[in-house]
Design a protein around this ligand. Sequence first.
Ligand code: ADP
Length: 190
Amino acid sequence: MLNLVLFGPPGAGKGTQSQKLIEKYGLIHLSTGDILRGEISQGTELGLEAKKLMDDGKLVPDAVVIGMISHKLDANKDAKGFIFDGFPRTVAQAEALDTLLESKNAPISGMIALEVNDDELEQRLLLRGKDSGRPDDANPEVIRKRIKEYNDKTAPVAGFYQGQNKYKSINGIGSVNEIFDAINAIISSY
Ligand code: ADP
């Protein structure tokens, strides 16, 4: 199984690259942000709770997203592999993911991090907010909060995978295809 963690701050391009990777490798895309937005649009209780935090640029509780991922892994037992996009976002989530995958004998193949500086991220997110309709992309203050949450809580997840010799980073500034090529070069080294 090919199990990839695509890593990087909000606006780094994880969603864009995920779409290309799904096509090429036939993987299942698990984006906790997309799953949460699905809950919000269905008006579920979980969605209502998550929306308050998301609109304020904060992470939703670990137990909530771990439960969602566990459910999706069970629902896709015959998958060739998974792309984890926007998950794990805390070290506790990374530990829980290892435990979930252990029971399937299908460990994480590697983490690939997209590096983009904060100024570029802010520009990209504001631009995306103009047509995505995402409330968390429309407001510079919320964008800065998300980048801060990333630096405080999510950046340490890179160290978790470094400790397992599974971490590689690439420059996330360049054309979509250049970045895709760099990701493919890493995948072929697995
Ligand atoms: P971004 O473009 O900011 O990376 P995402 O779509 O991945 O956006 O996530 C949007 C929001 O959903 C986050 O700001 C956070 O509130 C919530 N969220 C998504 N994934 C997680 C997660 N793994 N843990 C906690 N909160 C999450």
